[in-house]
Write a protein that binds this ligand. Structure first.
Ligand SMILES: [Zn+2]
Length: 242
């Protein structure tokens, strides 16, 4: 509680401390989303990540398809071979046609095998890239989850603090001189909820940084009510409490 010697400015300063905290809470609440960086990184790289996985899956599917093609061609060749040497085909033209077919299937099978080997050579690099993306995304997902939970916790804390501060404010406000209060609250409305500024050790306004004239500084030391010529906030010399 305030002592006997609390000046009007001291009393206002108490109100200012509450208002400054409220302003800070509002600002932090507004920027809670910005602290979730991983989420933005995930969104920014989603297309790249999906493309890497698709490239791997496509390549694997193509290899598998070529394997099946080769198996199917081998089966056809085997079937023709059996027919050809089974003694049932006797006509020369028929034999020749079958031999041509066997040759054509064999060429198709060789081409498929060659293509498969090429793709298999390319596979490790594509697989590594996909794996790297998966690992990177898993890390980002974990990070995003942690950030989201932290933001949620912060939000709850800010809400609680806001409730406490706004509940206390009327009591403290009631102790402030009416004229001074009106002046203060008019400034506060214009300046994002901050109507008062502490004078810094170097003689600058604690809010806008303007170097204050000696005369103003002297007035603040005397506890007079003066405004910063730049930001108009009411100035106060705060003697650090021990
Ligand atoms: Zn100022």
């Amino acid at each position: 509680m305030q002592g006997m010697g609390a000046s009007p400015l001291d009393l206002l300063y108490r109100l200012h401390k509450i208002d400054a905290e409220i302003a800070q809470i509002k600002s932090r609440a507004k920027h809670l989303g910005a602290t979730q960086k991983a989420k933005a990184v995930i969104a920014a790289h989603k297309a790249e990540y999906e493309a890497a996985l698709q490239a791997r899956d496509r390549l694997k599917a193509e290899i598998k398809d070529l394997e099946l093609q080769q198996k199917s061609l081998a089966d056809k060749i085997q079937h023709l071979d059996r027919t050809l040497y089974g003694g049932t085909v006797v006509g020369t033209r028929e034999v020749e046609a079958m031999q041509r077919e066997i040759k054509a299937f064999g060429e198709q099978k060789d081409a498929a095998e060659l293509r498969q080997l090429e793709l298999m050579e390319a596979l490790p690099e594509v697989e590594t890239a996909a794996k790297d993306w998966e690992a990177r995304m898993a890390t980002l997902q974990a990070q995003a989850k942690a950030e989201y939970e932290a933001a949620l916790k912060e939000k709850t804390r800010l809400e609680e603090d806001f409730k406490t501060l706004t509940a206390n404010r009327p009591k403290v406000r009631a102790t402030v001189d009416a004229g001074l209060l009106a002046q203060y609250e008019a400034i506060l409305k214009r300046h994002d909820g901050i109507g008062m500024a502490e004078v810094k050790d170097n003689g600058a306004c604690g809010m806008c940084g303007t170097q204050l004239a000696t005369k103003i500084l002297e007035s603040t030391v005397e506890g007079k009510i003066v405004s910063c010529p730049e930001c108009t906030r009411l100035l106060i010399q705060v003697i650090p409490s021990v």
